[in-house]
Design a protein around this ligand. Structure first.
Ligand SMILES: Cc1cc2nc3c(=O)[nH]c(=O)nc-3n(C[C@H](O)[C@H](O)[C@H](O)COP(=O)(O)OP(=O)(O)OC[C@H]3O[C@@H](n4cnc5c(N)ncnc54)[C@H](O)[C@@H]3O)c2cc1C
Length: 494
């Protein structure tokens, strides 16, 4: 009889765990609390439009890479996948000037030099190091702790240029990198796309993913990709239970025996893979005492271990909207949650015709929110929360119209959502989009993929490896199954 693996959570990490469990010859059963799978890799419909929650870029779309192979195994993409026609990472407008980080690096270099000739040396260096960063890959063959010396040498060779990037940009954050530039526009380009607390190299690596053609957006967006992965799991014989929240992991004598659902039903299993937010594993499914010390400390010190979330709005407008791709622009200061900001962004989804009726387009804004903002939203009553969301959405609309006067009278709010939405919908710690932000000088957390003191529980999900995101979530499911195979002394190449 086949052994049975129960997976908690049907996000990308959980679906990946399910698919790799089947591939390795186990029975796999996924329990997902929501009516649909996908977790944060999600999209939803409003007023005849589609709102995409996730994929701004999918790392791993370039052919012949291990990550691409992983996505193909999951059914996320294949050789017939079509990608959105986008030519840029983002555009920044400030002080009457504008510059774009194009997919074409030569074009970017030329335009940045024209926009900020006083920063020629820094711009040329930035461009050169983005080229170096194109070599950066997410290791997805096996967990780092299962890698041999030979594997490390191979990985090192494939990322030969990354040490240069880390030497130059590996110890500073984006705010510090921005300060190396004299032009106010360049400073804003550097410091505004990601949280300024992020390590500087994150921006280079993310941009390099685009310039190297390894970060496309599959047509149909996040929901369509989740549906393809879910279909793959089912086709392979996986059993999926949606609207089936898990209450806890059943443990006896230091060994997991299965799970208990919120309905009270008990499910036995040989192995349990937790693919939910780490804070749920250690606060809800298991007693808090199982929490590794460094993780417990990180939850207590959110200033050192911040997470990023956002206040987002989606509007429908007509397709004469002039903003292309993602545009950052100066705006009248706006305080959302506890933070004031004087720059905001709008993303035009016109590249995805299926998201809006003909002649229309969906545009979305995102104002970064952090832990203190989450606490602010949490402190509101239900009525206050609703009212604040509407008030802020109105303020956002005013700023959009000021920057793009053609929008006047043509904006209809589709939806607005907050860090609490991600907590409610996915159980995300403080509404986090990704794992903890790694700050310079703060110890990076690692995850062993197992629970100390409890056998037969394995961990998947984006929190297992910094910085999180879809590639890490996808790899994490495979890693969890490889750990089980290793324990059973079976070959781990799957
Ligand atoms: C706005 C936004 C934009 C993003 N953009 C990108 C991008 O462009 N590129 C990129 O790589 N990444 C992006 N990400 C990050 C990416 O979405 C996540 O890294 C990834 O989806 C996380 O997957 P996961 O499986 O680890 O976790 P989750 O998606 O959180 O999945 C966990 C699942 O567990 C379920 N669950 C929770 N509690 C229970 C319970 N009690 N019982 C059963 N199930 C439970 C949840 O409902 C959820 O389905 C973005 C995220 C956000 C929010």
């Amino acid at each position: 009889m086949k052994k049975k693996i129960v997976v908690i959570g049907g996000g990308i990490g959980g679906l990946s765990a399910g698919i790799y469990a089947l591939k390795a010859g186990y029975d796999a059963v996924i329990y997902e609390k929501n009516p649909v799978t996908g977790g944060e890799c999600m999209g939803w419909n409003r007023k005849g439009c589609h709102i995409d929650n996730c994929i701004h870029w999918l790392t791993g779309t370039a052919a012949d890479t291990p990550l691409r192979q992983l996505w193909e195994t999951l059914g996320a993409i294949d050789e017939n996948t079509r990608y959105a026609k986008t030519d840029r990472f983002y555009t920044t407008r400030s002080g009457g000037k504008e510059a774009t980080l194009w997919k074409d690096l030569d074009r970017t270099e030329k335009e940045l030099l024209e926009a900020a000739p006083e920063d020629e040396a820094e711009i040329r260096k930035f461009i050169q190091y983005v080229r170096y960063s194109e070599a950066c890959t997410v290791p997805v063959d096996k967990p780092m702790d299962m890698m041999s010396i030979g594997d490390y040498i191979k990985l090192g060779k494939s990322m030969a240029n990354m040490p240069k990037v880390m030497k130059e940009y590996g110890k500073i954050d984006l705010r510090q990198l921005a300060e190396r530039f004299r032009s106010p526009l360049m400073r804003k380009i550097i410091a505004n796309y990601m949280p300024p607390e992020y390590m500087a190299y994150s921006l280079l690596v993310s941009y390099a993913t685009m310039t190297s053609g390894n970060g496309e957006i599959p047509v149909g967006g996040s929901l369509a990709m989740t549906e393809r992965i879910t279909a793959r799991f089912r086709e392979m014989g996986g059993e999926l239970h949606t609207s089936a929240p898990v209450k806890k992991i059943i443990a006896e004598n230091g060994t997991a025996k299965g799970i208990e659902l919120a309905s009270g039903e008990k499910i036995t299993a040989d192995y349990v893979i937790s693919a939910v937010d780490m804070s749920l594993l250690y606060g809800r499914f298991l007693d808090r005492s199982y929490t590794p010390k460094d993780w417990a400390a990180a939850y207590d010190r959110y200033k050192d271990y911040p997470v990023m979330s956002g206040f987002q709005t989606a509007f429908i407008t007509d397709d004469s909207f002039s903003g292309e791709g993602t545009v950052f622009f100066d705006c009248e200061p706006i305080k959302i949650g506890t933070r004031s900001c004087d720059m905001m962004s709008v993303k035009n989804y016109s590249y995805e015709k299926s998201f809006a009726p003909e002649g229309k387009t969906v545009i979305q804004t995102n104002i970064a929110q952090y832990d203190a903002d989450f606490i602010y939203w949490k402190s509101l009553s239900k009525e206050e929360y609703k009212a604040k969301k509407q008030e802020y959405a109105g303020e956002i609309a005013k700023r959009l119209i000021k920057e793009f006067p053609g929008l006047d009278g043509k904006l209809e709010l589709l939806d607005c959502w907050t860090p609490l939405t991600y907590e409610r919908y996915c159980g995300a710690y403080h509404g986090a989009y990704m794992a903890f932000i790694t700050k310079p000088g703060v110890k990076k957390l690692s995850c062993s993929g197992t629970v100390r003191g409890l056998k037969n529980v394995y961990i998947a999900g984006q929190w297992i490896m910094s910085p999180g995101g879809l590639p890490v979530a996808a790899a994490s499911g495979k890693f969890a199954v490889q750990r089980i195979l290793k324990k059973e002394k079976r070959p781990t190449d799957i």
